[in-house]
Design a protein around this ligand. Structure first.
Ligand code: SF4
Ligand code: SF4
Length: 471
Protein backbone atom coordinates (compact mmCIF):
# COMPACT_ATOMS: atom_id res chain seq x y z
CA UNK A 1 0.00 0.00 0.00
CA UNK A 2 1.25 3.47 -0.87
CA UNK A 3 1.70 5.79 2.03
CA UNK A 4 -0.84 8.52 2.27
CA UNK A 5 1.06 11.58 1.07
CA UNK A 6 -1.38 13.86 2.85
CA UNK A 7 -0.62 12.44 6.29
CA UNK A 8 2.12 14.24 8.17
CA UNK A 9 5.48 12.47 8.15
CA UNK A 10 6.89 11.65 11.57
CA UNK A 11 10.56 10.95 11.38
CA UNK A 12 11.95 8.82 14.20
CA UNK A 13 13.88 11.00 16.63
CA UNK A 14 16.94 9.75 18.44
CA UNK A 15 17.10 11.31 21.85
CA UNK A 16 20.67 11.19 23.11
CA UNK A 17 20.96 9.97 26.65
CA UNK A 18 22.94 12.48 28.67
CA UNK A 19 25.09 10.99 31.38
CA UNK A 20 24.09 12.35 34.75
CA UNK A 21 27.74 12.68 35.68
CA UNK A 22 30.29 13.52 33.03
CA UNK A 23 33.06 10.95 32.99
CA UNK A 24 36.16 12.54 34.49
CA UNK A 25 38.65 13.49 31.83
CA UNK A 26 42.17 12.30 32.46
CA UNK A 27 44.56 15.18 32.83
CA UNK A 28 47.79 14.77 30.92
CA UNK A 29 50.04 17.57 32.11
CA UNK A 30 52.91 18.72 29.92
CA UNK A 31 56.41 18.51 31.42
CA UNK A 32 58.02 21.79 32.44
CA UNK A 33 61.48 23.13 33.02
CA UNK A 34 62.57 26.09 35.07
CA UNK A 35 63.32 27.45 38.50
CA UNK A 36 60.14 26.26 40.23
CA UNK A 37 60.28 22.83 38.59
CA UNK A 38 63.84 22.43 39.91
CA UNK A 39 62.64 23.36 43.40
CA UNK A 40 59.83 20.86 43.17
CA UNK A 41 62.21 18.12 42.08
CA UNK A 42 64.61 19.06 44.85
CA UNK A 43 61.73 18.52 47.30
CA UNK A 44 60.82 15.21 45.64
CA UNK A 45 64.40 13.99 45.99
CA UNK A 46 64.75 15.30 49.53
CA UNK A 47 61.51 13.77 50.79
CA UNK A 48 62.20 10.46 49.01
CA UNK A 49 65.78 10.34 50.33
CA UNK A 50 64.35 10.84 53.83
CA UNK A 51 61.52 8.35 53.42
CA UNK A 52 63.57 5.61 51.76
CA UNK A 53 66.80 6.20 53.69
CA UNK A 54 65.81 6.83 57.31
CA UNK A 55 64.57 3.29 58.15
CA UNK A 56 68.08 2.04 57.32
CA UNK A 57 69.79 4.50 59.65
CA UNK A 58 70.87 3.38 63.11
CA UNK A 59 71.25 5.58 66.19
CA UNK A 60 72.69 3.99 69.37
CA UNK A 61 72.42 0.61 67.67
CA UNK A 62 68.68 1.01 67.09
CA UNK A 63 66.70 1.98 64.01
CA UNK A 64 66.66 5.78 63.86
CA UNK A 65 62.92 6.08 63.35
CA UNK A 66 60.79 3.13 64.31
CA UNK A 67 57.27 2.91 65.66
CA UNK A 68 57.79 -0.55 67.04
CA UNK A 69 54.23 -1.79 67.34
CA UNK A 70 55.15 -5.17 68.76
CA UNK A 71 57.21 -3.69 71.61
CA UNK A 72 54.95 -0.65 71.91
CA UNK A 73 57.96 1.65 71.70
CA UNK A 74 58.86 4.60 69.47
CA UNK A 75 62.49 5.22 68.58
CA UNK A 76 62.90 8.76 67.33
CA UNK A 77 66.53 9.53 66.48
CA UNK A 78 67.90 8.28 69.79
CA UNK A 79 64.86 9.27 71.85
CA UNK A 80 62.91 6.40 73.35
CA UNK A 81 59.20 7.07 73.66
CA UNK A 82 56.59 4.79 75.16
CA UNK A 83 52.79 4.90 74.84
CA UNK A 84 52.81 6.91 78.09
CA UNK A 85 54.70 9.63 76.17
CA UNK A 86 51.83 10.16 73.75
CA UNK A 87 51.88 13.82 74.72
CA UNK A 88 55.02 14.28 72.59
CA UNK A 89 53.31 12.73 69.59
CA UNK A 90 50.41 15.11 70.20
CA UNK A 91 52.96 17.94 70.38
CA UNK A 92 54.44 16.88 67.02
CA UNK A 93 50.97 16.84 65.45
CA UNK A 94 50.09 20.26 66.88
CA UNK A 95 53.45 21.70 65.76
CA UNK A 96 52.96 20.21 62.26
CA UNK A 97 49.48 21.74 61.99
CA UNK A 98 50.76 25.14 63.14
CA UNK A 99 53.70 24.96 60.70
CA UNK A 100 51.21 24.20 57.93
CA UNK A 101 49.03 27.14 58.97
CA UNK A 102 52.07 29.42 59.06
CA UNK A 103 53.29 28.29 55.64
CA UNK A 104 49.79 28.78 54.22
CA UNK A 105 49.47 32.27 55.69
CA UNK A 106 52.83 33.17 54.16
CA UNK A 107 52.75 31.46 50.77
CA UNK A 108 49.42 29.74 50.19
CA UNK A 109 49.46 26.04 49.40
CA UNK A 110 53.21 25.59 49.18
CA UNK A 111 52.94 22.40 51.19
CA UNK A 112 50.50 20.96 48.65
CA UNK A 113 52.53 22.05 45.66
CA UNK A 114 55.98 21.08 46.88
CA UNK A 115 56.03 18.45 49.59
CA UNK A 116 52.66 16.78 50.13
CA UNK A 117 53.11 13.02 49.54
CA UNK A 118 50.22 13.08 47.07
CA UNK A 119 52.05 15.70 44.97
CA UNK A 120 55.45 14.05 45.35
CA UNK A 121 54.21 10.61 44.30
CA UNK A 122 52.12 12.00 41.46
CA UNK A 123 55.23 13.78 40.20
CA UNK A 124 57.25 10.54 40.34
CA UNK A 125 54.51 8.55 38.61
CA UNK A 126 54.19 11.22 35.92
CA UNK A 127 57.94 11.10 35.40
CA UNK A 128 57.74 7.31 34.91
CA UNK A 129 54.79 7.75 32.56
CA UNK A 130 56.77 10.32 30.60
CA UNK A 131 59.71 7.89 30.25
CA UNK A 132 57.50 5.15 28.76
CA UNK A 133 54.89 7.11 26.83
CA UNK A 134 56.44 10.50 26.09
CA UNK A 135 55.22 13.97 26.92
CA UNK A 136 51.64 15.24 26.92
CA UNK A 137 50.97 15.21 23.17
CA UNK A 138 52.47 11.73 22.70
CA UNK A 139 50.41 10.43 25.62
CA UNK A 140 47.23 11.98 24.25
CA UNK A 141 47.94 10.33 20.88
CA UNK A 142 48.60 7.03 22.61
CA UNK A 143 45.35 7.34 24.58
CA UNK A 144 43.41 7.74 21.33
CA UNK A 145 45.29 5.06 19.37
CA UNK A 146 44.10 1.44 19.03
CA UNK A 147 45.78 -1.31 21.01
CA UNK A 148 48.93 -2.23 19.12
CA UNK A 149 52.01 -4.13 20.27
CA UNK A 150 53.76 -0.81 20.81
CA UNK A 151 50.93 0.54 22.97
CA UNK A 152 50.78 -2.68 24.99
CA UNK A 153 54.53 -2.56 25.56
CA UNK A 154 54.50 1.09 26.59
CA UNK A 155 51.48 0.77 28.88
CA UNK A 156 52.74 -2.52 30.27
CA UNK A 157 56.17 -1.06 30.98
CA UNK A 158 54.66 1.96 32.66
CA UNK A 159 52.43 -0.18 34.89
CA UNK A 160 55.24 -2.55 35.76
CA UNK A 161 57.45 0.38 36.81
CA UNK A 162 54.54 1.89 38.79
CA UNK A 163 53.89 -1.42 40.55
CA UNK A 164 57.56 -1.95 41.42
CA UNK A 165 57.86 1.57 42.80
CA UNK A 166 54.60 1.17 44.73
CA UNK A 167 55.84 -2.07 46.28
CA UNK A 168 59.08 -0.35 47.29
CA UNK A 169 57.00 2.40 48.91
CA UNK A 170 54.78 -0.11 50.71
CA UNK A 171 57.80 -2.10 51.87
CA UNK A 172 59.56 1.02 53.16
CA UNK A 173 56.40 2.19 54.92
CA UNK A 174 56.10 -1.12 56.76
CA UNK A 175 59.79 -0.71 57.71
CA UNK A 176 58.75 2.20 59.95
CA UNK A 177 56.62 -0.14 62.05
CA UNK A 178 58.64 -3.34 62.05
CA UNK A 179 62.47 -3.28 62.17
CA UNK A 180 63.61 -2.66 58.59
CA UNK A 181 66.70 -4.86 58.69
CA UNK A 182 64.71 -7.81 60.04
CA UNK A 183 62.02 -7.17 57.43
CA UNK A 184 64.56 -7.02 54.61
CA UNK A 185 66.26 -10.21 55.82
CA UNK A 186 62.92 -12.00 56.00
CA UNK A 187 62.19 -11.51 52.29
CA UNK A 188 64.95 -13.73 50.79
CA UNK A 189 64.48 -16.18 53.67
CA UNK A 190 60.75 -16.40 52.86
CA UNK A 191 59.83 -15.77 56.50
CA UNK A 192 57.97 -12.48 56.12
CA UNK A 193 54.89 -12.55 58.33
CA UNK A 194 51.40 -12.48 56.80
CA UNK A 195 50.60 -9.09 58.35
CA UNK A 196 53.76 -7.54 56.92
CA UNK A 197 52.91 -8.96 53.48
CA UNK A 198 49.36 -7.64 53.79
CA UNK A 199 50.46 -4.10 54.71
CA UNK A 200 53.17 -3.98 52.03
CA UNK A 201 50.54 -4.89 49.43
CA UNK A 202 47.96 -2.55 50.98
CA UNK A 203 50.23 0.50 50.98
CA UNK A 204 51.61 -0.45 47.58
CA UNK A 205 48.07 -0.57 46.21
CA UNK A 206 47.22 2.75 47.89
CA UNK A 207 50.29 4.38 46.32
CA UNK A 208 49.50 2.95 42.89
CA UNK A 209 45.87 4.03 43.09
CA UNK A 210 46.47 7.50 44.50
CA UNK A 211 49.48 8.53 42.42
CA UNK A 212 48.72 6.57 39.27
CA UNK A 213 44.98 7.00 38.94
CA UNK A 214 43.31 9.33 41.40
CA UNK A 215 46.00 12.03 41.32
CA UNK A 216 44.42 15.50 41.45
CA UNK A 217 41.07 13.98 42.45
CA UNK A 218 42.52 13.30 45.88
CA UNK A 219 43.35 17.01 46.19
CA UNK A 220 40.00 18.10 44.75
CA UNK A 221 37.60 15.77 46.48
CA UNK A 222 39.30 13.98 49.36
CA UNK A 223 41.67 16.44 51.00
CA UNK A 224 39.95 18.62 53.62
CA UNK A 225 42.79 21.14 53.58
CA UNK A 226 41.70 22.47 50.17
CA UNK A 227 38.36 23.41 51.69
CA UNK A 228 39.60 25.58 54.53
CA UNK A 229 42.91 26.88 53.20
CA UNK A 230 41.17 30.12 52.19
CA UNK A 231 40.47 30.93 55.83
CA UNK A 232 44.21 30.75 56.60
CA UNK A 233 45.15 33.34 53.99
CA UNK A 234 44.74 37.08 53.82
CA UNK A 235 45.36 39.63 51.07
CA UNK A 236 49.10 39.65 51.86
CA UNK A 237 49.54 35.89 51.36
CA UNK A 238 51.77 35.18 48.39
CA UNK A 239 49.88 32.94 45.99
CA UNK A 240 50.34 31.94 42.38
CA UNK A 241 48.66 34.76 40.45
CA UNK A 242 48.18 35.89 36.90
CA UNK A 243 48.90 39.58 36.33
CA UNK A 244 45.61 40.56 34.71
CA UNK A 245 46.61 44.20 34.21
CA UNK A 246 49.69 43.17 32.27
CA UNK A 247 48.30 40.14 30.44
CA UNK A 248 44.93 41.40 29.19
CA UNK A 249 43.60 41.81 26.59
CA UNK A 250 45.20 38.67 25.22
CA UNK A 251 46.58 38.69 21.72
CA UNK A 252 47.66 35.42 20.08
CA UNK A 253 50.90 35.43 18.09
CA UNK A 254 54.22 37.16 18.43
CA UNK A 255 53.09 40.54 17.22
CA UNK A 256 51.54 42.94 19.64
CA UNK A 257 49.26 45.76 18.62
CA UNK A 258 49.07 48.86 20.83
CA UNK A 259 46.92 48.23 23.88
CA UNK A 260 47.27 44.44 23.75
CA UNK A 261 48.40 42.57 26.83
CA UNK A 262 51.39 40.24 27.15
CA UNK A 263 49.38 37.00 27.22
CA UNK A 264 49.45 35.33 23.82
CA UNK A 265 46.83 32.77 24.82
CA UNK A 266 49.20 29.90 24.08
CA UNK A 267 47.55 27.86 26.92
CA UNK A 268 50.94 26.54 28.05
CA UNK A 269 50.03 27.47 31.62
CA UNK A 270 46.90 25.31 31.32
CA UNK A 271 48.65 22.39 29.63
CA UNK A 272 51.22 22.03 32.42
CA UNK A 273 48.71 22.37 35.25
CA UNK A 274 48.44 19.08 37.15
CA UNK A 275 44.86 19.90 38.22
CA UNK A 276 43.80 21.12 34.80
CA UNK A 277 42.75 24.68 35.65
CA UNK A 278 43.42 28.02 34.01
CA UNK A 279 45.13 30.32 36.49
CA UNK A 280 44.08 33.27 34.34
CA UNK A 281 40.55 32.78 35.72
CA UNK A 282 41.82 33.84 39.15
CA UNK A 283 42.66 31.97 42.36
CA UNK A 284 40.68 28.74 42.51
CA UNK A 285 40.36 26.22 45.29
CA UNK A 286 41.65 23.51 42.92
CA UNK A 287 45.02 25.29 42.60
CA UNK A 288 47.63 23.41 44.64
CA UNK A 289 50.17 26.23 44.38
CA UNK A 290 52.72 24.09 42.55
CA UNK A 291 53.86 27.05 40.46
CA UNK A 292 54.66 25.07 37.30
CA UNK A 293 52.45 27.46 35.32
CA UNK A 294 54.97 30.15 36.35
CA UNK A 295 57.78 28.18 34.71
CA UNK A 296 55.70 27.51 31.60
CA UNK A 297 54.75 31.14 31.15
CA UNK A 298 58.26 32.42 31.92
CA UNK A 299 59.62 30.26 29.10
CA UNK A 300 57.02 31.70 26.71
CA UNK A 301 57.92 35.23 27.79
CA UNK A 302 61.64 34.52 27.38
CA UNK A 303 61.04 33.28 23.84
CA UNK A 304 59.06 36.44 23.10
CA UNK A 305 61.76 38.53 24.80
CA UNK A 306 59.25 40.00 27.20
CA UNK A 307 59.72 40.33 30.96
CA UNK A 308 59.00 37.13 32.88
CA UNK A 309 56.59 37.04 35.80
CA UNK A 310 53.27 37.36 33.98
CA UNK A 311 52.30 34.51 36.30
CA UNK A 312 54.13 34.73 39.61
CA UNK A 313 53.83 34.44 43.36
CA UNK A 314 52.14 37.67 44.38
CA UNK A 315 49.95 39.03 47.15
CA UNK A 316 46.27 39.44 46.37
CA UNK A 317 46.45 43.12 47.35
CA UNK A 318 49.27 43.64 44.84
CA UNK A 319 51.90 44.28 47.54
CA UNK A 320 55.40 43.25 46.54
CA UNK A 321 57.27 41.08 49.03
CA UNK A 322 60.69 42.32 47.86
CA UNK A 323 62.77 44.89 49.75
CA UNK A 324 62.83 45.44 53.48
CA UNK A 325 59.49 47.28 53.62
CA UNK A 326 57.82 44.62 51.47
CA UNK A 327 59.29 41.88 53.62
CA UNK A 328 58.03 43.60 56.75
CA UNK A 329 54.56 43.97 55.22
CA UNK A 330 54.58 40.30 54.30
CA UNK A 331 55.76 39.01 57.65
CA UNK A 332 54.32 41.53 60.13
CA UNK A 333 50.73 40.36 60.04
CA UNK A 334 48.58 39.30 62.99
CA UNK A 335 47.92 35.79 61.72
CA UNK A 336 51.59 35.20 60.93
CA UNK A 337 52.51 36.41 64.42
CA UNK A 338 49.86 34.18 66.04
CA UNK A 339 50.81 31.02 64.12
CA UNK A 340 54.55 31.65 64.57
CA UNK A 341 54.08 32.42 68.28
CA UNK A 342 52.00 29.29 68.91
CA UNK A 343 54.46 27.19 66.94
CA UNK A 344 57.41 28.56 68.91
CA UNK A 345 55.54 27.93 72.19
CA UNK A 346 54.68 24.35 71.23
CA UNK A 347 58.26 23.58 70.19
CA UNK A 348 59.66 25.22 73.34
CA UNK A 349 57.24 23.25 75.55
CA UNK A 350 58.23 20.01 73.83
CA UNK A 351 61.94 20.79 74.13
CA UNK A 352 61.50 21.64 77.81
CA UNK A 353 59.44 18.50 78.42
CA UNK A 354 62.05 16.29 76.77
CA UNK A 355 64.89 17.99 78.61
CA UNK A 356 63.17 17.58 81.98
CA UNK A 357 62.13 14.01 81.24
CA UNK A 358 63.46 11.46 83.74
CA UNK A 359 65.67 8.73 82.28
CA UNK A 360 63.31 6.14 83.67
CA UNK A 361 59.56 5.88 84.05
CA UNK A 362 57.37 3.36 85.76
CA UNK A 363 53.75 2.48 86.38
CA UNK A 364 52.42 0.75 89.45
CA UNK A 365 50.01 -2.06 88.77
CA UNK A 366 48.18 -3.64 91.69
CA UNK A 367 48.34 -7.40 91.74
CA UNK A 368 44.66 -8.26 91.44
CA UNK A 369 45.21 -11.83 92.58
CA UNK A 370 46.76 -10.81 95.92
CA UNK A 371 45.55 -7.34 96.87
CA UNK A 372 46.34 -7.58 100.58
CA UNK A 373 47.44 -10.50 102.65
CA UNK A 374 48.12 -11.04 106.36
CA UNK A 375 51.56 -12.45 107.05
CA UNK A 376 53.34 -13.66 110.18
CA UNK A 377 53.00 -11.70 113.43
CA UNK A 378 49.83 -9.95 112.23
CA UNK A 379 51.66 -7.79 109.67
CA UNK A 380 49.95 -7.05 106.35
CA UNK A 381 51.50 -7.16 102.91
CA UNK A 382 50.34 -5.63 99.63
CA UNK A 383 51.73 -6.85 96.36
CA UNK A 384 52.47 -4.50 93.48
CA UNK A 385 53.79 -5.00 90.03
CA UNK A 386 56.01 -2.31 88.58
CA UNK A 387 56.35 -1.80 84.84
CA UNK A 388 59.65 0.00 84.35
CA UNK A 389 60.64 1.76 81.15
CA UNK A 390 64.12 2.87 80.22
CA UNK A 391 63.90 6.24 78.43
CA UNK A 392 67.55 6.19 77.42
CA UNK A 393 69.75 4.33 74.98
CA UNK A 394 71.96 2.91 77.76
CA UNK A 395 71.32 0.17 80.36
CA UNK A 396 69.90 1.45 83.64
CA UNK A 397 69.42 0.23 87.17
CA UNK A 398 68.50 2.06 90.34
CA UNK A 399 67.50 1.97 93.96
CA UNK A 400 63.88 1.50 94.94
CA UNK A 401 62.54 3.14 98.08
CA UNK A 402 59.05 2.68 99.48
CA UNK A 403 57.56 5.34 101.64
CA UNK A 404 54.25 6.90 102.52
CA UNK A 405 53.33 10.49 102.09
CA UNK A 406 52.64 10.88 105.84
CA UNK A 407 55.61 8.88 107.08
CA UNK A 408 53.77 5.79 108.29
CA UNK A 409 56.14 2.98 109.07
CA UNK A 410 55.59 0.82 106.07
CA UNK A 411 58.30 -1.73 106.01
CA UNK A 412 60.17 -2.47 102.86
CA UNK A 413 63.77 -3.18 102.21
CA UNK A 414 65.42 -0.72 99.86
CA UNK A 415 65.75 -2.80 96.74
CA UNK A 416 67.56 -2.59 93.47
CA UNK A 417 65.26 -2.48 90.53
CA UNK A 418 65.60 -5.11 87.88
CA UNK A 419 68.33 -3.93 85.47
CA UNK A 420 66.79 -2.34 82.40
CA UNK A 421 68.34 -2.91 78.99
CA UNK A 422 68.86 0.10 76.73
CA UNK A 423 65.46 1.36 75.52
CA UNK A 424 63.93 -1.65 77.22
CA UNK A 425 61.05 -2.28 79.58
CA UNK A 426 60.63 -4.83 82.32
CA UNK A 427 58.16 -5.85 84.98
CA UNK A 428 59.03 -6.57 88.59
CA UNK A 429 56.93 -7.72 91.52
CA UNK A 430 57.18 -5.98 94.87
CA UNK A 431 55.73 -6.57 98.33
CA UNK A 432 55.17 -3.79 100.83
CA UNK A 433 54.61 -4.60 104.44
CA UNK A 434 52.83 -2.81 107.28
CA UNK A 435 53.87 -3.97 110.78
CA UNK A 436 51.25 -5.68 112.96
CA UNK A 437 50.67 -2.80 115.37
CA UNK A 438 50.04 -0.24 112.63
CA UNK A 439 47.89 -2.76 110.74
CA UNK A 440 45.68 -3.19 113.79
CA UNK A 441 45.27 0.58 114.21
CA UNK A 442 44.38 1.14 110.59
CA UNK A 443 42.28 -1.95 109.97
CA UNK A 444 39.85 -1.44 107.08
CA UNK A 445 41.60 1.69 105.81
CA UNK A 446 43.38 2.54 102.61
CA UNK A 447 46.75 4.22 103.04
CA UNK A 448 48.63 6.32 100.51
CA UNK A 449 51.93 4.88 99.45
CA UNK A 450 54.65 6.33 97.29
CA UNK A 451 57.31 4.36 95.48
CA UNK A 452 60.45 6.18 94.44
CA UNK A 453 63.20 4.96 92.16
CA UNK A 454 66.53 6.73 92.38
CA UNK A 455 68.81 6.29 89.38
CA UNK A 456 72.62 6.05 89.73
CA UNK A 457 72.85 9.61 88.42
CA UNK A 458 70.60 10.87 91.22
CA UNK A 459 67.30 11.41 89.38
CA UNK A 460 64.24 10.43 91.38
CA UNK A 461 61.01 9.22 89.85
CA UNK A 462 57.99 8.70 92.08
CA UNK A 463 54.59 7.14 91.58
CA UNK A 464 51.73 6.89 94.03
CA UNK A 465 49.40 4.06 94.84
CA UNK A 466 47.39 2.79 97.79
CA UNK A 467 47.99 0.26 100.50
CA UNK A 468 44.95 -1.73 101.59
CA UNK A 469 44.65 -2.84 105.19
CA UNK A 470 42.00 -5.54 105.51
CA UNK A 471 39.28 -4.92 108.13
S1 SF4 B 1 51.49 30.65 29.39
FE1 SF4 B 1 51.49 32.86 29.70
S2 SF4 B 1 51.21 33.63 27.65
FE2 SF4 B 1 50.63 31.52 27.54
S3 SF4 B 1 48.42 31.52 27.94
FE3 SF4 B 1 49.41 31.26 29.91
S4 SF4 B 1 49.59 33.32 30.71
FE4 SF4 B 1 49.19 33.53 28.53
S1 SF4 C 1 47.21 26.90 38.42
FE1 SF4 C 1 49.45 26.86 38.40
S2 SF4 C 1 50.01 26.75 40.55
FE2 SF4 C 1 47.84 26.22 40.43
S3 SF4 C 1 47.83 24.00 40.28
FE3 SF4 C 1 47.78 24.76 38.19
S4 SF4 C 1 49.94 24.84 37.60
FE4 SF4 C 1 49.90 24.62 39.81
Amino acid sequence: MKPDDASPRVSPRVIPIQPVIEPARRIQPRATQGRITRWRWAMVLLTQAFFLGVPWLQVDGRQALLFHLERQRFDVFGLVLWPQDLIYLTGVLVASALALFLATALAGRVWCGFSCPQTVYTEIFLWIEHRFEGDRSARLRLDASPWTADKILRRGGRHLAWILFSLLTGFTFVGYFTPMRELAASVPAGTTGPWEVFWVLFYGLATWGNAGWLREKVCLHMCPYARFQGSLMDPRTQVVSYDVARGEPRQPGKERTPGAGDCIDCTMCVQVCPVGIDIRDGLQYECIGCGVCIDACDRVMERLQRPTGLIRFAARDGAVAGGLAGLRGWLARPRVAVYAGLLALTLAAMAWGLEARAPLGFDILRDRGVMARPVEDGAVENVYRLRLRNHTGRPLDGQLVVRTADGLALVAEPARIAPLPAAGATDMALSVRLPAEAALERAGRTLPVELTVTTPTGERVSERSTFIVPG
